[in-house]
Ligand binder design. Structure first.
Ligand SMILES: Nc1ncnc2c1ncn2[C@@H]1O[C@H](COP(=O)(O)OP(=O)(O)OP(=O)(O)O)[C@@H](O)[C@H]1O
Ligand SMILES: Nc1nc2c(c(=O)[nH]1)N=C(CO)CN2
Length: 227
């Protein structure tokens, strides 16, 4: 997604959470200084594919077979390790290093590409964990304006960024596994972030002309983030 398309939505997210753009840019620049450009050609087989987008909701373990049935699997944060533990190959993990960073770093050395995201509240985690990843398997991302090796494909939480990445890689169909928007176990902040994830997925499906099954029965209460 072009940054000028993402930017107005990004500004709304910043305002809603009270996050600062300058802090995101500092984090992006720190990540840029620690990483090198990632060749997207390394992510083959997404073009025209059915891609499972795995979230870390409580239903994930029970839906692992649906992930395995897809052509490609993109998994958010701890969903990547859950699938891995279930014996399912993950083609791309997406993380802001909030959950299971050590295991994700290990997976990168084992061959899994990992999109590592910089934002204003994870600079310490970037400093601590980025050097532990296999450099050539680390795709650096930002929610601010892209700079140097750090890219912006759109999206906010790990899960919806995984979906925007699959879209950018040319996926034909997205199938959501391990997503639960009404998860009562989530604290206030996580629930609010998941609310934005849902809205962003609604935007993505409308841009793609697709209907994501995970949003069935929910659209009437959703407002596009551009409106
Ligand atoms: N019920 C759910 N609970 C938590 N995450 C969910 C749920 N449903 C979908 N997801 C998606 O799974 C992603 C990974 O969640 P996880 O708790 O492992 O990561 P996280 O690093 O805390 O996420 P983030 O930092 O993006 O909030 C979330 O970013 C969200 O997009
Ligand atoms: N500045 C900032 N950006 C974010 C944050 C956050 O806590 N702070 N959390 C995210 C997903 O958990 C994604 N982006």
């Amino acid at each position: 997604m072009e940054f000028h398309v993402w930017e107005p939505v990004y500004e709304r997210i910043l305002a809603d959470f009270g996050f600062g753009r300058a802090a995101d840019e500092r984090a992006r620049d720190r990540l840029a200084s620690m990483t090198s450009p990632f060749d997207l050609d390394a992510l083959s087989g997404f073009e025209g594919a059915t891609v499972a987008v795995a979230g870390a909701g409580p239903t994930l373990a029970g839906e692992a077979a649906a992930a395995a049935a897809a052509d490609r699997v993109v998994a958010a944060s701890s969903a990547a390790t859950t699938l891995r533990d279930a014996g399912i190959e993950v083609d791309l993990a997406v993380t802001d290093l909030d959950g299971a960073p050590e295991r994700l770093a290990g997976m990168s050395h084992g061959g899994t590409p990992v999109a590592v995201h910089a934002h204003g509240d994870n600079v310490d985690a970037l400093e601590r964990w980025v050097p532990e990843f296999a450099d050539h398997r680390l795709l650096a991302t930002t929610q601010a304006e892209p700079a140097g090796p750090v890219r912006n494909f759109g999206g906010f939480t790990d899960g919806d960024r995984a979906a925007f990445l699959a879209d950018a890689l040319g996926a034909e169909r997205l199938r959501f596994v391990g997503w639960g928007f009404d998860d009562p176990s989530l604290g206030e902040m996580k629930a609010k972030k998941l609310g934005w994830a849902e809205r962003l997925l609604y935007w993505l499906e409308s841009r793609r002309g697709e209907r994501f099954g995970v949003l069935d029965g929910r659209r009437e209460d959703l407002v596009l983030p551009t409106e």
